[in-house]
Design a binder for this molecule. Structure first.
Ligand SMILES: NC(=O)c1ccc[n+]([C@@H]2O[C@H](COP(=O)([O-])OP(=O)(O)OC[C@H]3O[C@@H](n4cnc5c(N)ncnc54)[C@H](O)[C@@H]3O)[C@@H](O)[C@H]2O)c1
Length: 438
């Protein structure tokens, strides 16, 4: 089977590489010619553990290729996955411009039956728009080509994307009622996972589209919930990790996504929660829980930034902050809506110098905040710092040489926004130590 994946970012590239690993022929297309040139040279445009090997093996074995000419990929594919970005618009709704552009391109160049599948996270009702955009272009050409539109939302996590794609908790496939042909083709594509007994949710398009938002909104709510508990803990002298453990051991609740910190970030939760609220509102429904989760997240970012201000005596102007971690979570170079970036941006705006290090996200962070002083490692970052802030819990930050850090800092103050250290250990090491909800 021939597959086209349009959009070769975090999702498209992983999707394409994993399908080629299943044994099908995949062409990944992207309009970003530099990205495609880099992929053709064998250089990954993003950091994702294991992707390099997976891509190079499948390219070598002739199952995976790249093009900067999406129509070439579309003409060739029986299944066309749309995996372009769906960023938030100013008002919180989803900007579907990239989806529309690809849909129209499909209509402009398809010459036989295609199954067009949205893998991008798109608001409920988008598949109908995709169908309309494709049909309009076909009509302009007087073409009677036949196509199906389906929804197959992606649930992978950056940093663990390949494992998530190859061994997902579930695969969701939404097709139009009665469109047996499209369903059979998509199921055939996922056959290796069927054989692995992966649960499949086979449903209609609207349910598939909504399931992705429901999952992300629920996880974001879980994070905001524990962050609110962390604020209560700070007031009462409680320990949020103890509360989270007590909650998480209850199998009805589960321990995942109960880590207090600087609030959720990344390329999905912030925009997907906003989008869910927005499309619910368009339907006349207040998505009240998610609205509250968003408000709590905004407050949490401000709350943890205040911790840094407090650690610096209230006024950050002229102070130096040593910041560890810039990506929104470990094992990725993605800084989109990263709490670390938001905090750094506030501190820079208030007149602080921010020295920073991240194992993978330095280039992206420098583009986001040109004023950052980029350092080559943890210890260079600590040089001359008035406070050390841990914003992302990369493993290499979990075992710092405290004596050396203390020597390098101007003041032995640490603000640990990921709760990776224990207060008693840090106090014994001579640090004044602040964390979240403890
Ligand atoms: N990143 C994640 O962890 C994740 C997880 C699940 C779902 N998603 C969803 O998947 C979608 C893609 O996210 P991403 O993180 O991979 O985005 P990304 O920005 O990394 O990649 C999108 C790619 O699409 C390309 N593109 C845009 N318009 C194009 C066009 N007309 N033709 C060809 N290429 C085009 C861009 O150049 C870019 O390379 C989004 O809807 C996102 O919400 C993301």
């Amino acid at each position: 089977m021939n597959v086209a994946v349009i959009g070769s970012g975090y999702v498209g590239l992983v999707t394409g590489a994993c399908f080629s690993e299943f044994g099908v022929q995949v062409v990944c297309a992207d309009k970003d010619a530099d990205k495609v040139a880099s992929l053709c040279r064998g250089t990954m445009p993003i950091y994702e553990p294991g992707l390099d090997d997976l891509v190079s093996r499948n390219v070598r074995e002739g199952r995976l290729s790249f093009t900067a000419d999406p129509p070439e990929a579309i003409r060739n594919g029986l299944v066309v996955f749309i995996a372009v970005g769906t960023p938030a618009a100013e008002d919180g709704s989803t900007n579907l411009d990239f989806i529309e552009a690809v849909s129209r391109e499909i209509g402009q160049c398809m010459d036989g039956y295609k199954v067009v599948v949205t893998k991008s996270t798109v608001p409920v009702g988008t598949a109908k728009k995709v169908r309309k955009w494709i049909q309009e272009e076909l009509n302009k050409r007087g073409s009677s080509a036949h196509f199906s539109v389906a929804s197959n939302p992606e649930f992978l996590r950056e940093g663990a994307a390949i494992g998530d794609f190859m061994r997902p908790d579930r695969v969701v496939i939404g097709t139009d009622d009665g469109d047996e042909q499209a369903l059979a083709i998509i199921q055939d594509l996922y056959r290796p996972l069927f054989l692995n007994e992966t649960p499949f949710v086979i449903t209609n398009v609207a349910t598939a589209e909504l399931s992705k938002y429901a999952a992300n909104a629920f996880l974001a709510t879980k994070i905001s919930f524990i962050n609110e508990i962390s604020i209560l803990c700070e007031r009462i002298g409680g320990d949020v990790q103890g509360v989270a453990r007590a909650m998480g051991l209850d199998k009805r609740i589960g321990s995942k996504f109960l880590h207090a910190g600087p609030g959720y970030g990344g390329s999905c939760f912030p925009k997907d929660t906003l989008s869910a609220v927005h499309f619910a509102r368009d339907l006349g429904i207040d998505f009240e829980i998610v609205e509250a989760a968003i408000r709590a997240n905004t407050r949490q970012r401000e709350h943890v930034t205040n911790k840094v201000r407090t650690a610096l005596g209230g006024d950050v102007k002229g102070k130096t902050v040593s910041l560890l971690g810039l990506s929104f979570k470990p094992e990725t170079d993605d800084v989109r809506d990263s709490p670390a970036i938001a905090i750094a941006r506030s501190l820079v705006a208030e007149g602080a110098t921010v020295r920073a290090f991240d194992p993978q996200a330095m280039n992206e962070a420098a583009r986001a905040i040109p004023e950052l002083v980029l350092c080559k490692d943890v210890y260079e970052t600590c040089e001359g710092g008035d406070v050390l802030v841990i914003a992302t819990e990369w493993n290499q930050f979990r075992m710092l040489d405290f004596a050396r850090v203390k020597d390098l800092l101007n003041e032995p103050i640490m603000v640990d926004l990921r709760n990776i250290y224990r207060a008693d250990a840090m106090n014994s090491a001579g640090f004044s130590y602040l964390s979240v909800g403890r």
